[in-house]
Design a protein. Structure first.
Length: 317
């Protein structure tokens, strides 16, 4: 039957209305043919090596002139049929198509970029903590929380916790392509911890814990040899612009201090020996202390840290 038909891929030109304007035969398709028992139907079947026919490809079958005759010996005219294979291929994520990756802000947009236009399917996207697998957020995709522009899907989410590592998984079918077949994205398997990963930084400045100032505000009888200490809620370091000032009771400076040491979460200020029978106020400039991610301590700029030193006067009769 190979002499009867010419079965090929085709290059097709469409007009402005999407109708076929022209078609040119291309690469041949190997096939076999059969004729029905009533001699009314001819069936052409592509060889196994040709199947499945290429997704989104045009094909043309041409019946040669004078190849078929009826019982009255009337021969056929040349004819052809042209058809298009629907999209059979599932969308895939392009290289570097996940965002965010690596270090990111806790309110960063979550986007997936595909190799073709997509629409919202059904299912869940799950965000988990990288080390323990603890659930951070589960997002059921819908038109209300997913925005799609062509091949890019943006997923609404809550702010990510700070200073944490994450991985993301997605159920199969959360997105499909825009074809009539609605081919489903395969998703990200629930045990695939290395496909989409990212981390957030610590963006919260350190603070002094309750009771973390020494001498404690309002304390009296403080030893004159006492060193000022501040205990924070996290490990800290001293900035290059450390500045603390000890003021006398009349707010004249007793000492301007530009050096301190940090040991884990405790800062010790290298102050001079204090005067006995004195009241002091301490201020620490903003940015003098940093956490390990360089977030700046807000400082002490009011009169809340005040104390009095011990009385060294001899008793009198």
């Amino acid at each position: 039957m190979a002499n009867y038909f010419n079965y090929t891929k085709a290059t097709v030109t469409l007009d402005s209305e999407g109708k076929i304007e022209s078609a040119v035969a291309g690469e041949p398709v190997a096939y076999s043919g059969t004729i029905s028992s009533d001699k009314m139907v001819m069936v052409l079947t592509p060889d196994a090596s040709e199947l499945p026919l290429a997704s989104e490809e045009w094909y043309m079958v041409e019946l040669m002139e004078d190849m078929v005759v009826d019982i009255y010996r009337n021969a056929n005219e040349a004819d052809n049929t042209i058809f298009h294979i629907e999209d059979q291929t599932a969308p895939v994520v392009v290289e570097d198509g996940y965002s965010p990756v690596g270090d990111t802000d806790n309110d960063a947009d979550m986007t997936i970029t595909f190799n073709e236009d997509v629409v919202v399917g059904s299912g869940k996207i799950v965000i988990r903590e990288q080390i323990t697998g603890a659930l951070v957020e589960e997002i059921a995709v819908s038109a209300s929380n997913v925005t799609i522009v062509d091949n890019v899907a943006s997923i609404a989410h809550g702010d990510f916790p700070e200073d944490m590592d994450f991985f993301v998984t997605a159920e199969a079918g959360t997105f499909t392509d825009a074809s009539a077949n609605a081919n489903s994205w395969e998703g990200i398997a629930s045990d695939a911890m290395d496909v989409w990963t990212f981390s957030t930084d610590d963006e919260t400045p350190p603070v002094v814990v309750d009771g973390g100032l020494y001498p404690a505000p309002g304390t009296s009888n403080v030893m004159t040899t006492a060193k000022l200490e501040m205990t924070f809620n996290e490990d800290v370091k001293i900035s290059g612009d450390f500045n603390a000032v000890i003021y006398n009771a009349d707010w004249t400076p007793f000492e301007v201090i530009t050096s301190a040491t940090a040991n884990d979460n405790v800062v010790t200020i290298d102050n001079a020996t204090l005067m006995a029978n004195s009241t002091y106020f301490v201020r620490v400039m903003a940015g003098s202390v940093l956490d390990l991610n360089d977030n700046e301590y807000a400082g002490i700029t009011n009169d809340s840290w005040t104390f009095s030193t011990e009385d060294d006067s001899a008793p009198e009769i």
